[in-house]
Design a protein around this ligand. Structure first.
Ligand code: FO1
Length: 316
């Protein structure tokens, strides 16, 4: 069974860990969001790719959901001693080795897709991890913080400002000129079905879908999504701040309607949102309700199994 997913950071990675438990023999390809990427101290950091790689490679910091377990911050404190900023984005010593290795390979001329494959040789995540594109795409946030409307890098809004400054919108800068990375369109077309894990629908899955060609390729497949919102609030992260910026209510039915019946064939909602099954604007989307909190791997596996079951049912 070949399954392809579009994934962002922590929510996607935790779902993938459940998928590996639910379908150990499936051939899984993950198309990862690179709109969160940031260059710091000359190093190319790929938060969403690294979160998937570390989580499935067994090295992620469980309490953070990102970065490495057992991390130390000697380099960062030395940089701070020089007054070398920014200091609001925590880069641990082990994590820095990933960014140094990645940046060295990029400088040697390797595309990000080849670099990601090389880094995954160490971590053996058990999936094929592809960046959505090898081109530079960076999500910027339009904010109006009293100094007039301006755009800031997603990480500055997300990490330094804790998404507390209301976002007026999001710009995946460079997306319109980007092309899907090698293997991305084939992985979508060749999949038995596509799953949308509970990643951020705006700045993670939405940015991947903004790469020309990807949305059309996904829409041609049987697609089952998992709501990232339970009972009117995001499970983690600040998806509600992102949804508000684009005028989407933080509820399971509204997120499905945002993706639309042109993209989604099936939608998993938490039992708290079982009423979503009757939302008029979800006509054409098969809605199923089950517990969606990924409290541990078995819980995530049950959700993944339900997503697979619904996809197979819809495939007929
Ligand atoms: N998130 C934070 O809230 N604070 C940080 O200092 C931080 C550092 C960081 C370093 C590497 C990395 O791969 C991820 C990091 N994240 C941090 C998480 C990151 O902002 C998010 O995982 C994604 O960009 C959103 O999905």
């Amino acid at each position: 069974m070949r399954i392809t997913l579009l994934a962002g950071g922590v929510g996607g990675a935790r779902f993938l860990r459940g998928l590996a438990a639910a379908a150990p023999d499936a051939q899984v390809t993950v198309i990862g969001n690179t709109g969160d990427d940031i260059t710091l101290f000359g190093l190319h950091v790929c938060p969403d790719l690294d979160t998937v790689m570390y989580t499935l490679g067994g090295a992620v910091s469980e309490e953070q959901g990102w970065g490495r377990a057992g991390e130390t911050y000697t380099v960062q404190s030395e940089l701070a001693a020089y007054g070398a900023g920014p200091d609001w984005f925590r880069l641990g010593d082990r994590d820095l080795a990933t960014h140094i290795a990645r940046t060295a390979m990029l400088r040697a001329g390797l595309p990000l897709s080849a670099v990601t494959r090389r880094l995954c040789e160490r971590w053996q995540p058990g999936v094929t991890l592809l960046p959505m594109t090898d081109d530079d795409v960076r999500t910027h946030v339009i904010v109006d913080d009293g100094e007039g409307t301006r755009t800031i890098h997603f990480q500055e809004w997300w990490v330094r400002l804790h998404a507390k400054v209301p976002a007026r919108g999001f710009l995946p800068v460079g997306a319109e000129r980007a092309t899907p990375a090698p293997g991305v369109l084939d992985a979508i077309a060749g999949a038995d079905f596509v799953l949308l894990p509970p990643s951020n629908p705006v700045v993670s899955i939405g940015v991947i879908l903004a790469i020309p060609g990807i949305a059309e390729a996904v829409a041609a497949k049987t697609v089952v999504g998992v709501s990232p919102v339970i009972g009117g609030a995001p499970v983690r992260g600040m998806a509600d701040a992102c949804l508000a910026a684009i005028g989407v209510k933080p509820d399971a039915a509204a997120v499905a309607a945002h993706y639309g019946p042109g993209l989604l064939d099936g939608w998993l909602v938490d039992t708290a949102d079982a009423g979503a099954a009757f939302a008029a604007d979800l006509a054409g989307i098969e809605v199923r309700a089950l517990p969606l909190y990924m409290t541990d791997v078995p819980a995530a596996a049950a959700i993944a199994a339900a997503a697979i079951g619904l996809a197979r049912e819809l495939l007929g």
